[in-house]
Design a protein around this ligand. Structure first.
Ligand SMILES: Cc1cc2nc3c(=O)[nH]c(=O)nc-3n(C[C@H](O)[C@H](O)[C@H](O)COP(=O)(O)O)c2cc1C
Length: 176
């Protein structure tokens, strides 16, 4: 079956290598941001927001604050923010909302010939400094960073996922 969406899903992997010194055109960044915006959200609250950075000086400061070696050559990046807004049922789905937006953007980035990695754990420690630098309003919490660029290195082998039988069943838990 020739299915480009499935191909992208099954070939995506986290890329933590260096990037080529090739700028990411603004229209490509807009497409990636639109993919994030297109994601579903709990009670349609649309709690995730996005900031793309393609300005060299701003990028330099982000690289200083987020000193991850694998991000030092990125020609652009996307920062993801969340807001804890309750749905009509009183529950806050903000984590699921930005998770869905992140996956949409990971797949968009991959399908457009770029590579990226979902940085969240490593961003936590510097999120406040980064948000202050970017003048982010108090109610928006910076949660993730996605570098965007053309890889300068061969992609590493994709990480093995656990066996299908260990994670997925039919009709009853453990059913085959
Ligand atoms: C919620 C979340 C947080 C993550 N945070 C980081 C991170 O801070 N640094 C990092 O190198 N990778 C991070 N990753 C990427 C995972 O390490 C990666 O997805 C996982 O090892 C599986 O590899 P794959 O993406 O190649 O399938 C994160 C992924 C998720 C979903």
């Amino acid at each position: 079956m020739n299915n480009q969406t499935l191909d992208t899903i099954f070939t995506r992997s986290s890329y933590r290598g260096p990037f080529q010194d090739t700028p990411v055109p603004r229209e490509d960044l807009v497409t990636i941001l639109k993919a994030g915006i297109a994601a579903p959200s709990g009670c349609n609250r649309q709690t995730a927001s996005f900031l793309a950075v393609d300005d060299g000086k701003v990028l330099d400061e982000i690289k200083r604050i987020f000193a991850k070696p694998s991000c030092q050559t990125m020609p652009a990046c996307i920062l993801v923010f969340t807001r804890e807004i309750a749905g009509v049922d009183g529950h806050c789905y903000h984590v699921q909302d930005y998770g869905a937006a992140m996956e949409n953007m990971l797949l968009a980035i991959k399908s457009m010939g770029y590579e990226t990695c979902w940085y969240e754990g490593n961003v936590r420690g510097c999120a406040k400094e980064m948000a202050d630098f970017l003048e982010v309003p108090e109610e928006y919490r910076l949660v993730c960073l996605l570098p965007v660029g053309i890889p300068a290195q061969e992609l590493p082998p994709r990480k093995e996922k656990k066996a299908f039988e260990e994670r997925a069943w039919f009709n009853r838990f453990g059913g085959r």
